[in-house]
Design a protein around this ligand. Structure first.
Ligand code: SAM
Length: 400
């Protein structure tokens, strides 16, 4: 219960509490559940049905499906028993179900607190002003630009200004530190490192020596899709751009576990399996599923709704791995699909999976981990993307 990872009935199905897992990163602060879950969960379908008996039928698979849609439907039918079984296990976990509403419960005081409008790092980072933007860092933070003067005038002792964009910034401290940019305070977890840049700069994170590469590479690409909501949230990239991600070069010489989030669209899945994974050199691709539930344990939507499945897909695989090596003998190998259940956070945030996947990660401990297209920082991890400070705004956090 304390770990944030709840194994259901000795099975491979797990329920995770993202807030508890993320809070492992912080010493002086903690993420507020009300900030993480600040979204409305509509009543479950049975409750809705009781209230309004006759409604439009849910949009199950339409009759006139094209070839790709038929494949998608077939894939859904194949995975359906696995997902139903996982959900049944959650519904049988009465102790967990009892505390679930409390896990996502908001602190009353915070509920009415107004959120600060997020800084638009994406827009700023691509504007002419980007090279002039500096972030004020407290003690314990280093950046790659060595400033011989150390502190600059006008700053209180222990703070220094460093370029925010296209600059590798690392937190050396064992404690959380604060940073200030345009009058907004950000909380940076200990030993975290980030690079806020466009895709063109990602190669800066390739280690000179592959023995200093990464053992876990999590990638949540900004896939193109038609949804206007998503378009408003962040910019997307055409599929072919992702072929240039230097996954192999980022991997450790002992190999890396690669976790790739993909959407349920069949066209995208075809591209990933046929083009992207081979281009990156990924082997043993194994699908895992993230099943999304409400605080009452019910699914966030009808499992069979064709365009709005209450689950997402992540592909796990290995890169640079020698299966005969000593280090591969000590870890769990990817064989079967697994289901991870959680209550989803706001703004399409993915749950943190590092701890849960630890047993599959090749190489040294602690593992060296990186998230590509990150919107948050994690203690000990490297985060890259065009807005990795997005969820580090101090208004998401409370003092411990
Ligand atoms: N995993 C993240 C989470 O759970 O919050 C969500 C990642 S989101 C799917 C994709 C991210 O990629 C967005 O933050 C988006 O702004 C960023 N992105 C889009 N185009 C980019 C580019 N050219 N270079 C770097 N990042 C980019």
């Amino acid at each position: 219960m304390e770990s944030g990872v709840y194994r259901l009935d000795q099975s491979d199905v797990v329920f995770i509490d993202p807030v508890r897992l993320l809070n492992d990163s912080y010493s002086r602060f903690r993420l507020s559940p009300s900030a993480y879950y600040s979204r409305h969960f509509p009543p479950s379908s049975t409750q809705k049905r009781n209230r309004k008996r006759k409604r439009n039928k849910p949009r199950h698979a339409p009759l006139n499906l094209n070839e790709r849609e038929l494949c998608a439907e077939e894939r859904h039918q194949q995975v359906r028993p696995l997902l139903l079984n996982a959900h049944r296990k959650l519904l049988e976990a009465s102790q967990l179900l009892r505390i679930l509403p409390r896990i996502v419960e908001s602190e009353a005081a915070l509920e009415c607190r107004e959120r600060v409008v997020n800084q638009n790092f994406v827009e700023l980072g691509s504007s002419w002003r980007a090279p002039f933007c500096e972030i004020a860092l407290c003690n314990g933070v280093q950046d790659e630009v060595k400033n011989p003067q150390g502190l600059r005038s006008g700053l209180s002792e222990g703070r220094k200004l460093v370029p925010l964009f296209d600059n590798i910034i690392s937190v050396e401290s064992d404690d959380d530190v604060e940073a200030e940019f345009q009058n907004v305070i950000y909380v940076l977890p200990p030993k975290s490192l980030f690079l806020m840049s466009d895709l063109r700069q990602v190669r800066k994170l390739i280690a000179g020596d592959s023995a200093e590469g990464f053992n876990l590479i999590v990638i949540d690409p900004p896939w193109e899709n038609g949804s206007a909501r998503q378009k408003a949230m962040y910019p997307t990239l055409p599929n072919r751009h992702f072929m240039y991600l230097p996954v192999k070069e980022l991997a450790h010489s002992d190999g890396a576990l690669v976790v790739l989030w993909i959407t349920n669209r069949q066209k995208l899945q075809d591209f990933v399996v046929k083009d992207l994974l081979p281009a990156w050199g990924i082997s043993h691709a194994t699908p895992f599923y993230w099943l999304k539930v409400k605080p009452d344990g019910s699914l966030i939507g009808d499992l069979d709704l064709f365009h709005h499945r209450p689950y997402e897909l992540l592909l796990l695989g290995y890169v640079n791995v020698d299966f005969n090596s000593e280090c591969m003998k000590t870890i769990k190998h990817l064989k079967e699909s697994r289901v991870i259940i959680s209550v989803p956070g706001a703004y399409s945030r993915k749950p943190p999976l590092g701890k849960l996947l630890e047993e599959y990660i090749p190489g040294q401990r602690p593992s060296r981990c990186i998230e590509l297209f990150a919107r948050e920082l994690v203690a000990g991890w490297t985060s890259w993307g065009n807005e990795p400070l997005h969820f580090q705004d101090a208004t998401y956090y409370l003092g411990k």
